[in-house]
Write a new protein. Sequence first.
Length: 284
Amino acid sequence: MIKLNKIFPDGKINVWGLTPGEQNKTKWENLEEGDIVIFVPSRDIALLARVVYKIRNKDLAAYLWGTDKERGSFETWELIFFIKIEKSLEIDKRTFLTELLGYNENDVLMGSRRITNRIIENFGSVNNFLDIIDYFNVNENQIKSDIEEELIESEFKKNLNVLKDKLEKTPPEVKFIEYKGKKITRSVAVKFLVKEISGYKCEACGFTFEKKNGELYVECAHIKPLSKSYLDSPNNVAALCPNCHAMLDKGSIKERLKILERLKKNERLADIVEEEMKNYNKNQ
């Protein structure tokens, strides 16, 4: 345990255990020190952690967690690994996983799973991935409730050029733009600007509808995935109705190309749309 004392100098040790079924045993055996694992203990939180040590020890597991008496098996969570928590994600885990790591949005994703290989494949290194997580790990709902109505609606609506200017001067990889001493997430600002520019109508088909509160409804979608392009800009975001949004994100290449073909006529989006169309056509 001397090794653990060095890793956790404050004495606070994070531990996760699995029961010794065949599937869990394979998962545990495949874990190596340094691997990044995503833990989903509930539907409200996701943890990114690095494995620092592992051990199979029934007595230790019984001491930490007792046994699985409810199922009458008296199993312990004896496949133990010690973890260092790198990030606690406050965003919806399905959005995070589908955008960054390519999991199916219908995957339950509870428990734990090793994601090291996906990280290396998509981002080159674990450190690159963790840096990108800092960009995504923003509680947008809290920001919206605190300042969006007060600041964006009241100030930017009066003069959209102010918002355009702020976005143009703030690099896409920077999380916030500043206005009158307050910080606003770029994603909130970009979405607001794109919706205003579009007149709250779908830029692919022109459809919109009125919500219960009388406002028009439209969604926003990144043409180049934000997880790969990091381009959080009005030139990469289209206002779309729910149907066109779903076709762009989840449709076949043929269906996606239909939406892109319509968006290509939009001068603001034309360059990026053409790039994406070339990528899709290569895959046909």
